[in-house]
Write a protein that binds this ligand. Sequence first.
Ligand code: DAH
Length: 352
Amino acid sequence: MPLHIQDMSQALFDTVQSLIDEIKAARPADQAELEQFRIRFLGSKNILKPLFGEIKQVENSRKKEYGQLVNEAKTLAEALFEELQANMKKEGQKAAFANLDLTAPGEPRPIGSRHPVSLVMQEMIDIFSRIGFTVADDREVEDDWHNFTAMNTPEDHPARDMQDTFYVVDAPKMVLRTHTSSVQARVMTSQKPPIRIVAPGRVYRNETISARSHCQFHQIEGLYIDEGVSFADLKQTLQYFVREFYGGDRQIRLRPSYFPFTEPSAEMDVYMGLNSEKDYRITKGTGWLEVLGCGMVDPAVLENCGIDPERYTGFAFGIGIERTAMLKYNIEDIRLMFENDVRFLRQFQSIV
Ligand code: DAH
């Protein structure tokens, strides 16, 4: 015999109410039980879903009440699920932490290595900083004035040919700096003497790449300007550098040379001796190795940069980093420095 509509309604109300009671009483003990709860009350085939459809069986006067009751069941289930889930996550984290052995030794992580260029550059910075030089850092994309003109190398100067320049496309007055000497102009136009800086960094020249030369390399520039700075100060500073960097009581010699931005200019050789075949090879049988260019800052450069050459004098020097690193670590090919082959780089792992 079919149920009377009122009995039918009451049966549905009872079902929903018992589900609400079940939800309220639910205490899932672990993730698996919580998942059961979710599937039963919130999953895509949850038990409440068909009950929404049953509203058509409910007598009109109680439809609203019924709808609210089913909704209440759903809202309750959602709220409880979220609360339980958050609690379990917290408990899980606590448990994980409780199981941590804080006295256990750490897992060793592989230590990277420093690039030979960085090693040499840092060592030089350390050496010069011990006698009061600070580091000046500046741009690699430089304007023509700071790279050339200020450094006493105007547009028609033949010395521009010595440094095959990369010009920036559509901006012919902008270059990739060909030497760190451009930082001299940057510092002199922005600071007042006394100036005592080293400027390490990358430079670029349009040169054919080979085992000996590359289109990019690094230099470290030195600049010292004050009242009464003399050539003797330059010589002392370089002698100090060579003792610290090459070790021992090494001899140096200064040969006259030419750079547009220094007058007089010199190149410095270090005596390496002739003890091995390598010494013969790198010094071409003389025992002397050229390591840097230097000189007294040309008064015209001081003037270009707004420093009074009547009052101030200074010296400058520039050292090539790759060449120095190649000698120090017996690297035969400059291209290795820019290929980032880990088999090469790894060899510097233990060198601090
Ligand atoms: N800028 C020069 C070069 O790249 C190196 C150099 C020579 C720098 C003499 C100096 C210097 O500061 O005084 O070849």
